[in-house]
Design a protein around this ligand. Sequence first.
Ligand SMILES: [Zn+2]
Length: 268
Amino acid sequence: MKIGLNAGHTLTGPGSGAVGMLTESIETRRVSQALTQMFEAAGCEVADCTVERASSQGAYLSAAVEMANRQDLDWFISVHFNSDAARRGQGVEVYTYKGRQYPDAVAVCEEIAALGFKNRGVKEGTGLYVIRKTKAKAMLIEVCFVNDPDASVYQEKFDEICRAIAAAVMSSGAAYAPLPPSGNAAGQKPDASSAAAKKKRYVKVVWPKLSVRRSLSWDASAVCGVVQKDEVFTVVEGPIAVGNGRMYRLKSGLFITAAEKYVRAYEK
Ligand SMILES: [Zn+2]
C-alpha cells in the first residue's frame, strides 16, 4: 500500500494555515512525520507531498497535487487543523470526494472522537482543490480545532491521535492486507465468525520480540515489523492455519503468530 501524505499548508508566508493556541502548519508537519514512521513500520510506502514554500495559496495547492499525481497512490491524505472566528469550534472532521463514506475515513473520525473529541463526521469535500484534483482516493483530515477545548486534548494525546489515524487507514486497506480464506485446510472456521458476544479479542506479546507479517506466510519476506513484549493488539480473525502453525489477523491488517509460547490471547 502506498500513501501520499500532505502536511497541510506551507510553513510560512502565502498558503500557511490557521493560528490559535496551535499553529496549524507546524502541527500538520508533526502529525505527518509521526504517521510516516507508523506507516513505514507497518510496511507501507509513504510519498511525501508536503510543500514548504509557495508564492501563493494557489501555487501551494497545485504543487501538492502535482506531487501526489506523479505517483500511483492507494490513498492521498492531507492533514489539517480547523479554526473558527468565534473560537468555539470543536471536534474532528474528514472531507472526501462527494462526501463518500469510505470506511477508513469514517474510522478516522470515530477513532479520534474516541479520544475525547466531538465527531463532526465525513463531509462533502469536492470543493477542496486537493480532494477534487488528486487522482488517488483522497481524504482531508481536520484533526481538531486550533483552540481549546480541543488544543489541550490534542497536546496531551498526540501519540494516541496519530496511532488512531494510522490504524484507521491500515485496518480497512484491502490492497494492503488480503482477506484471509474463510476456512482453512482442515475445514475449521475462523473463531471470529462464531463470536456471538460483543467481547473484543486481544493478543498480548509474551516473548521479547516478535515479527508481524503483511500476509499469511512464514516467509521472511512477509515480515514488515517487530513488536515488543507486553504490547497488546486487537484480534479480528483467527487462529488461521498457516503451514504447520497458526496466525491471528490483527486490526491493523497485519498477522502475528498464534503460538502460546509467544502470545497470550484473551477476551475483554
Ligand atoms: Zn488547513
